[in-house]
Structure formats: C-alpha cells, structure tokens
Write a protein that binds this ligand. Structure first.
Ligand SMILES: NC(=O)c1ccc[n+]([C@@H]2O[C@H](COP(=O)([O-])OP(=O)(O)OC[C@H]3O[C@@H](n4cnc5c(N)ncnc54)[C@H](OP(=O)(O)O)[C@@H]3O)[C@@H](O)[C@H]2O)c1
Length: 276
C-alpha cells in the first residue's frame, strides 16, 4: 500500500467480521507496487455499506457476504452482462459515481482452465448447473474459438434445460452418467470435494480426460485434484480459480493488468492461514 492520497480503496462487504482475503490482496498490492488497499466493512444490512462505497468514493467492492443475496443486486445502479446472467453481484466497480455490478465466477473458472489448457476445439464436460456454470457457459459463448462440444451434467436435471440455448452444448444429463463419458477437459463446478464428500470423481472417470479443473477453495488438494495429479493429468485447482476470479475483480476495478503468478503465491499463503 502506497497511501499517498491517490490510494484506491476496495471494500470487502460482509454481514459479519470475516477477514478472509485481507491477507491475500494487501500483501499482493505491496509486492506488486499497486497503490490500493483492501478493507473489511460489515453490517447485516447491505444498504449502508453500498451507500458508503458511493459516498466515500471507493473504487469498488467485493460483495462476499451478500453474493448469494438476489436482493443485493437491486442496490447497484447498473449491471454488467456477467451479473445479469446470474442475477447476482459478485463485485462492484465505482464508475464515476455510478455503481456497476459484475460477477466473476465464470470468467475466473474459464481463465483457470485456460491456464493449463486451451479450450478451443476441445470436448468439455462440465459438472454443475449453479451460478458458476451459468456464468462459465456465457463466457465460453463469447470466445472467438469455441470448444468442439460441451456436455453439462448435474444432480438436478431440471436445472439443465436452459443450457440447450447454446449451440456448443451437445448434451445435458445426470451426474451419475459420468463414468461412460470421455472428453478433453473435466470441469467440476459443484460443492463436491469441498463441503460435500466426493464419491463421483473416481480414477476410472478421471482417466477419460486429459485435464481437470476444480472449484472449491476449502482445500486445494481435493479428491479430484489428488487423482488428477496421481494420473499425471493437467489440473487447475480451486485455488487457481480463486486466483483468477481475484484477477478479474482487480483488473476490472483498478484498470490494470494483474500478474496471476504473483497473485497465486499470495492466495496460497493467505488461504493456508484462513482455510483450515
Ligand atoms: N474457487 C473460487 O474462487 C470459487 C468462486 C466461486 C464459487 N466457488 C465454488 O464453486 C461451487 C459452485 O458455486 P455456485 O455459486 O455455482 O453454487 P450454486 O449455484 O449453489 O450451485 C451448486 C452446484 O453444486 C451442486 N451440488 C451441491 N451439492 C451437491 C451434491 N451433494 N452432489 C452433487 N452436486 C451437488 C448443485 O447441484 P443441484 O443443482 O443438484 O443442487 C449445483 O450444481 C461452490 O462450491 C463454490 O464454493 C469457488
């Protein structure tokens, strides 16, 4: 943090005292020589927090404690397409006094996958149908070079229908069908391997792919990642995704390029302390 009067303030908004990631972004700013600071503000009512961003002319905010709250989305002045697609605000950018809502999950996971393998012309299998997947498919649809095909699997199949609108989605189906499916890249975007014990991603499943990508940040060494490493498959972990979704937030709010390698080092150091 340089703190010379031009320091950009990014807020972490939460319902309660929750300092996770302060120990990631502040040391990262220090090492990268970025004139910015990441500070926690908390209140069970998000309105005074959002008003504060505008009134105090902060550069932006990460909405961590409120990102699953659909009502929170009404507090900002406008929405980027990434936010409209999931009807959630993952972060806010203050654009000359107007607060614009964005969502970073899909682009974060796509960049994480692309850090280990290209998706152009590839066969992708995506597991999940939540906000990350909605956002990921939207980001894929914007690529100049699309994957050859995408299969989306989920536990609840009724949530998959809407994905048929994408021409590149070849098939949707139940998670239990995964053992008969082959592809280039396997992407997990569910709670499996984090808060939920994973009995789905077995060695037999992972053998059918060349690369895997995981999502949880509760641990980096999930069952899926451990199997992928054992089988010498390319792999992007949930901590890589955490890094890239952070990169999306910082590049958007601060209008600068972020070095993912330096940021990943701080993600590892910070999450190792706070995620037990
Ligand atoms: N690393 C990062 O930086 C980062 C950033 C954002 C999110 N995440 C993680 O990404 C994951 C997805 O986030 P999201 O916002 O998309 O969540 P979401 O909208 O709540 O969707 C959750 C997904 O997980 C599936 N799921 C939950 N429990 C399951 C179980 N027992 N068996 C099989 N599938 C199960 C759900 O299936 P149903 O539809 O059948 O319920 C759904 O597809 C979360 O674990 C989140 O913590 C990580």
């Amino acid at each position: 943090m340089i703190n010379d009067g031009n320091t950009k303030v990014i807020a972490r908004l939460h319902k309660q005292l929750s300092p996770r990631a302060l120990n990631i972004y502040n040391p990262f700013f220090e090492e990268a020589g970025i004139n910015a600071v990441f500070l926690l503000f908390y209140n069970s009512d998000p309105k005074p927090l959002v008003d504060g961003i505008k009134n105090l002319n902060f550069s932006g905010a990460v909405t961590v404690g409120f990102e699953t709250d659909a009502d929170f989305a009404k507090l900002v002045d406008e929405h980027d397409e990434s936010s409209r697609i999931v009807n959630r605000v993952g972060f806010i950018k203050n654009e000359n006094g107007k607060l614009k809502g964005y969502y970073q999950g899909g682009k974060g996971q796509l960049l994480s996958v692309q850090s280990v393998t290209s998706v152009a012309g590839k066969e992708l299998v995506i597991v999940g149908a939540g906000n990350v997947v909605k956002s990921l498919l939207s980001e894929i649809s914007k690529l100049a070079n699309l994957p050859k095909s995408v299969i989306v699997l989920n536990r609840t199949i009724s949530k998959l229908e809407e994905f048929n609108k994408y021409n590149f989605v070849k098939e949707v189906g139940e998670i239990k069908d995964i053992s008969s499916i082959r592809g280039d890249v396997l992407i997990n975007a569910t709670h499996l391997g984090g808060s939920v014990v994973d009995n789905i991603f077995t060695e037999k499943v992972v053998r059918n792919f060349n690369a895997v990508s995981d999502v949880t940040f509760e641990t980096e060494d999930t069952n899926l990642i451990t199997i992928a490493r054992k089988l010498k498959k390319k792999n992007a972990t949930g901590w890589d995704m955490f890094t890239y979704q952070g990169l999306v937030v910082l590049e958007t709010i601060l209008d600068i390029k972020i070095d993912p390698q330096i940021l990943k080092r701080h993600v590892i150091a910070g999450l190792s302390q706070t995620v037990k």
